[in-house]
Write a protein that binds this ligand. Structure first.
Ligand code: F3S
Ligand code: F3S
Ligand code: ZN
Length: 129
């Protein structure tokens, strides 16, 4: 099983094309890397193909950047214990969506504490460009 960490991907965000907009932020997608959902947010970037719904990012963010986004299709991975790109199985079927990315103060607590390194923080991009 592949293990991937968006925090280690030097090509994000500059070499990841925009796929669509979602709830006031971009969704970016890289061919050959993204599988199902791509990355939500640019400055506060959550790779939905890696997020396992740990939730520590939501707990530690001092300015409440994230909302839980339910993805019903993820239930199958839980039921069948199928790992995602993190190499780990999901804890729940939602993803941490950086709905209020613009409010980020770059404390990086989310990036440091995510157990599967699904979050990459980059200053001066997205809404901060
Ligand atoms: Fe919150 Fe992470 Fe920014 S914890 S303040 S979204 S760096
Ligand atoms: Fe997902 Fe990591 Fe947050 S697994 S819910 S991005 S702590
Ligand atoms: Zn989103």
């Amino acid at each position: 099983m592949t293990e991937r960490r968006i925090i280690d991907d030097a090509s994000f965000p500059n070499e990841w094309p925009k796929k669509e907009d979602h709830e006031g932020h971009e969704v970016r997608w890289k061919e050959g890397v993204s599988k199902e959902y791509g990355v939500h947010g640019v400055a506060v970037a959550v790779d939905f193909d890696i997020c396992i719904a740990d939730g520590i990012c939501i707990s530690v963010c001092p300015v409440n950047v994230f909302d839980k986004m339910d993805i019903a299709a993820e239930q199958e991975k839980i039921d069948k214990q199928i790992p995602n790109d993190s190499g780990k199985t999901l804890l729940d079927r939602w993803k941490a969506d950086p709905t209020r990315e613009r409010d980020c103060i770059f404390c990086r607590a989310c990036e440091i504490q995510c157990p599967v390194q699904a979050i990459k923080i980059t200053e001066g991009v997205g809404p901060f460009a």
